[in-house]
Write a protein that binds this ligand. Structure first.
Ligand code: PLP
Length: 393
């Protein structure tokens, strides 16, 4: 039996052997393309804000990259989810099924609609929602009333389900789409972490009624702050554009707004950054995949830890590389976090489960034993695009 200290020393050394230098942070952006050129154009022309050609161009290029019919650029991934939920018909007092194993934004966006997050279970292989367990759970607590799914315990309508592609690994969408259909739930994908990830050859975020992306500074590509809404429905796309741009009717001078809108439009200067970043996305993905192979080879000699790998029918963007500790060394987690960070190797545990956070403690939830066990075992390790072979980038 290895002591916690021995386990943490081995993990620190294995990471250092792969990355060959420290200090390194968890994930940093890389600007090696046309970023300066496009930003300069914004400054030179004065189009830095809500008007300018880069927003249209970024939306067009995002749509073509993801093969989504429509893409609407917004200020961040949280606002993208907020609007996607509103346009999915989520109303005050509704419940929305979301993973407890997610970033807080997923739950926050639900509450912005006046709705209640209802936490459901994840599976331990790819960290996505467990459709089969959720199916059994819904059978036991809900019933259909005039075409809507009603939670018998709370009397509220369960309107939607929001799977999230954790750390870039696609969830098992087939089962989830069946579940959504059988239980009359709208499916919205939180694809904030999965730009460049594919399920059965199709880009994540293009399966649900909506999918949402994030371009925060720590994501695979960044616009500083930013997000996007993907949809395949023309009228929903038009509506999304309309309410994210203050719901203003086009007119040469008059201010007529025909519903409550939001000032969620992505500024031109952020979209300029996005256009340049998107050009390098294939290279970022390639380098993240190489990093994964190196980590995988290095960690194969440590039997007490595994590294998360893409599902068989999927291609993952490997946004954040993730170690999973075996039960025998679970107690070493904090010692590993201490040891790596003290040695200049930035690591992080996964998020605190959302149902345990103060604002969500009274939210409905199913048995979350798997999520609870995952919370104690997952560690994200340095994952930036140019960590190895920077000369190739
Ligand atoms: C990053 C992220 C978001 C959106 O984040 P923003 O910072 O608002 O762009 C939403 N959900 C998940 C799971 C995320 O990781």
């Amino acid at each position: 039996m290895l002591s916690d200290l021995e386990v943490s020393n081995l993990i620190t050394k294995t990471i250092q052997d792969v990355i060959g230098k420290s200090p390194v942070i968890l994930h940093e952006p890389k600007f090696v393309g046309n970023e300066w050129v496009y930003l300069k154009e914004c400054l030179d022309t004065g189009f830095v804000s809500s008007v300018g050609k880069f927003v249209d161009r970024f939306e067009f290029e995002l749509a073509s990259y993801t093969k989504s019919k429509y893409a609407i650029a917004v200020v961040n991934g949280t606002s993208a989810l907020h609007i996607a939920l509103i346009l999915s018909g989520v109303k005050p007092g509704d419940e929305v099924l979301i993973p407890s194993l997610s970033f807080v934004a997923t739950a926050n966006a639900v509450t912005y609609c006046g709705a209640i997050p209802h936490f459901v279970e994840s599976e331990s292989v790819h960290l996505g929602l467990d459709a089969l367990k959720i199916r059994d759970y819904l059978k036991s607590i809900s019933e259909k009333k005039s075409g809507q799914l009603v939670n018998r315990n709370t009397g509220r309508v369960i309107r939607a389900i929001v799977p999230m592609h954790t750390f870039g690994h696609p969830v098992q969408l087939d089962e989830l789409l069946k579940l959504a259909k059988d239980f009359s739930l709208i499916l919205v994908e939180d694809a904030a972490e999965s730009l460049g990830s594919y399920y059965d050859g199709k880009h994540t975020g293009t399966f649900g009624l909506f999918g949402t992306l994030s371009f925060n500074g720590n994501k695979t590509i960044t616009t500083g702050g930013g997000g996007a809404i993907l949809t395949q429905d023309e009228s929903l796309a038009k509506h999304a554009k309309h309410i994210t741009t203050t719901a203003k009717l086009a007119h040469r001078w008059d201010y007529v707004h025909d519903e409550i809108g939001y000032n969620y439009r992505m500024p031109n200067i952020n979209a300029a950054l996005g256009c340049a970043q998107l050009e390098n996305l294939p290279m970022f993905l390639e380098s993240k995949r190489k990093l994964f192979s190196k980590y995988k080879a290095a960690f194969s000699s440590l039997e007490f830890v595994s590294i998360l790998e893409e599902p068989k029918n999927c291609s993952s963007n490997y946004w954040l590389q993730t170690l999973c500790l075996s039960d025998s060394v679970e107690s070493a987690r904090d010692s590993i976090l201490e040891n790596t960070n003290a040695n200049g190797v930035m690591t992080r545990p996964c998020w605190r489960l959302l149902h345990s956070l103060a604002p969500f403690q009274n939210s409905p939830k199913m048995d979350l034993a798997v999520a609870e066990s995952l919370e104690k075992k997952l560690i994200n390790i340095p994952s930036s695009s140019f960590l190895i072979n920077p000369s190739n980038l």
